[in-house]
Design a protein around this ligand. Structure first.
Ligand code: G6P
Length: 372
């Protein structure tokens, strides 16, 4: 078993480290070095794809957070209203779905029963279903109209890591494809993202190469009883995913919040010594989100929080209020989740490991939940 782990202490740590390759393989054959996009597997009539007036993402767990990230990108590039719904909620509330709805099911295993039932329900209503899946020939892709496989390789650890980044990459390819097919208000940005996506595997590697710092931090924080995560825009689902990882494998009470919501409630939780991770958007973003999140760091710090800030290289505005700064390479705003998630995965993995837990097989959880 040690050999299968390539010398890593767990499959999860191995899979975190495989992410540059997982994303690269997901882009391979679909995006060439000139930024041309080919998505031949999207076997749905172009006329139908042009007439889609709503996208609904259905998924569970980590896959649903990948869907939340994708929503920001797809709505921006394509101007198609995009909802993300937990598959088990979707199915039972009589959702509005018809021939003009494109349902996108995200599932690493392709066997999650809740997601499969949502897919069946959507198709019964006449919707087309595309699945984004990591397991060849599994049930969800077989029951979908088309599938975009994530080529992350088998994921063994229960807590999903490389599948998450690959799902985001695959969903972005779908969004960029629809933007090109249907036209976009932001052709320059779409071209830029197609170019920049290819730089992402190397940038993930840069984050991993600096992982020693995160490991030290995780060891020092192994007694934490509660950890909060704040993020805004695409950083919000990243915060949710960071919190989920900590719950799943380190059994620590953790919550992710939209940073803008802080003053509407969560700030009441902050007392002396409360660790708070803050995912900071790029200062090169279009609007003032960066300044707003920096002031959130200041606000929680003023109430005694220990602030662990994930920020772009060169973003010096965060340093006065950060107890710790974890750097990620610069990237377009919508690509940042492919980088900022990585330290959060490492943190949870190393913290659980330093507590002596079985990182790969956390209590009460299954890799794939094949019952409703
Ligand atoms: C289970 C796993 C999670 C996973 C979720 C969805 O709950 O423990 O890690 O995110 O299922 O799995 P799927 O295979 O559909 O992506």
């Amino acid at each position: 078993a040690a050999a299968e782990k390539d010398g890593y202490s767990s499959f999860m740590l191995k899979e975190i480290n495989e992410q540059p390759l997982a994303v690269e393989q997901t882009l391979m054959g679909r995006l060439d070095q000139h930024g041309n996009l080919m998505l031949d597997e999207l076997r749905i009539d172009e006329s139908i794809l042009r007439s889609v007036d709503k996208i609904v993402v259905v998924a569970c767990g980590t896959a649903a957070y990948a869907g939340q990230v994708a929503k920001y990108a797809i709505e921006h590039w394509c101007r198609i209203p995009t909802e993300v719904e937990l598959a088990h909620e979707f199915r039972y509330r009589d959702p509005i779905v018809n021939e003009k709805t494109l349902v996108v099911a995200f599932s690493q295993s392709g066997e999650t029963m809740d997601t499969l039932m949502a897919v069946r329900h959507a198709r019964e209503q006449g919707a087309k279903v595309v699945s984004i899946c990591n397991t060849n020939g599994s049930t969800i892709p077989r029951e979908s109209d088309a599938v975009i496989y994530t080529h992350a390789g088998p994921e063994i650890a229960v807590a999903s890591t490389k599948a998450f980044l690959s799902q985001i990459a695959a969903a972005y390819l779908l969004g960029l494809y629809l933007a090109q097919l249907r036209g976009t208000k932001f052709p320059d940005e779409v071209r830029e993202v197609l170019r920049e996506l290819q730089e992402i595997p190397a940038k993930i590697q840069t984050v991993l190469d600096a992982g020693g710092e995160v490991t030290d931090l995780a060891r020092r924080m192994s007694d934490a009883e509660s950890v909060l995560f704040l993020g805004r825009h695409v950083g919000y689902p990243v915060a949710l995913e960071g919190a989920l990882k900590l719950k799943e494998i380190a059994y620590i009470h953790a919550e992710g919040f939209a940073a803008g919501e802080l003053k509407h409630g969560p700030i009441a939780l902050v007392e002396e010594g409360q660790p708070v991770f803050v995912i900071v958007p790029s200062p090169r973003g279009r609007d003032s989100l960066h300044a707003k999140v920096v002031s959130n760091i200041q606000e929680v710090r003023a109430r005694g929080a220990i602030t662990i800030v994930i920020a772009e290289e060169g973003d010096e505005a965060v340093t006065p209020y950060a107890n710790e700064v974890i750097r990620v390479p610069q990237a377009p705003v919508l690509l940042a989740p492919l980088l900022t998630t990585v330290p959060l995965q490492l943190f949870a993995c190393q913290l659980a490991d330093s507590k002596g837990y079985d990182v790969d097989q956390p209590r009460n959880l299954a890799k794939s939940v094949t019952v409703e």
